[in-house]
Design a binder for this molecule. Sequence first.
Ligand code: SAH
Length: 348
Amino acid sequence: MDGKAKICLSDLTLERLTAYIVGLGQPKFRARQIFKWLHQKLVTDFSQMTDQPRAFLEALQAQCTIAAPTIRRRQQSRDGTVKYLLQLADGNCIETVLMRYKYGNTVCVSTQVGCAMGCRFCASTQAGRVRDLTPGEIAAEIYAAQKDSGERVSHIVLMGIGEPLHNFDNVMDFLEIISCPEGLNIGMRNISLSTCGLVPKIDALAQKHLQLTLSVSLHAPDNATRSGMMPVNDAYPLEELIPACRRYQKETGRRISFEYSMVRGVNDSSAMAQKLAHLIEGMGAHVNLIPINPVDGSPYSATDEANVRRFQHELERLGVNATVRRRLGTDISAACGQLRREDAQAAT
Ligand code: SAH
């Protein structure tokens, strides 16, 4: 053993993979071929790369790895939603969800093992953050779902475990890999990234001018209510977050959407709807209403459907475009982080 850590080829953008392969004394075109094996043909073993010289594959095998999570648990909902508990090479587990919509299959990916943000209603963050996922590990979630289902994935949402903007560089490389024509070639317009509101990172993302949809988890229209639900609001209160959202729209020309998880008696009154409409006035932003999915150990319960509708109509009356999110997979504990947590608890 030489003690040198192996490099995971799945983590490299085409540009970096090319630099690496050329550095090994190989011609440039081999990098493109290998990228296609990894990200288009989705192989997980070097021996499957049949157009490569044997000696070269042996050299790669000796110093490189490929991200290849295993499916530890698989739950299928009556509505066709499939939730996977994937085990990574180091034994950590994450969740990935495949949802079937009329417009195509959507995969919801995790971006971290656990989460440091501490939102009080969210199961993903209850045990904190363990580590960031690498670009190749995030991409491999999609590959696992595509291979298991045998169906093409056309849309991606970064709404699983973790805060994507708290793992900024890896998430940017993941986006480059997944939208690469030599890979799955998923268009940025088919990708949504959800954040709890890390203001400096929203500005950094704006500078990338990506055509993805940015979703901001707002959940409350005033600082007292929002800080009660989301500690991140103490660091980046609404008077910083909302201007950052407006800057984002101006810089990218893309409308953002706000997530609003509805908690009975906390953020679901008609007065809250009015405050919300006022807060985001003139943005043309879309609001997605989601009855909260109650998790163990959380004091919150969900707003009932009639009240969600009332809240929606109040917003619409005030000129705000709002929809109620269709809930998929409710029979398979599809709220973020629930499966991973159940698994961790079963193991103790
Ligand atoms: N960290 C990112 C993305 C992960 S969660 C973010 O905060 O946006 C995706 C969405 O689900 C977020 O809007 C989050 O606030 C919401 N969410 C988390 N737990 C929930 C629950 N138990 N019920 C309803 N929505 C929840």
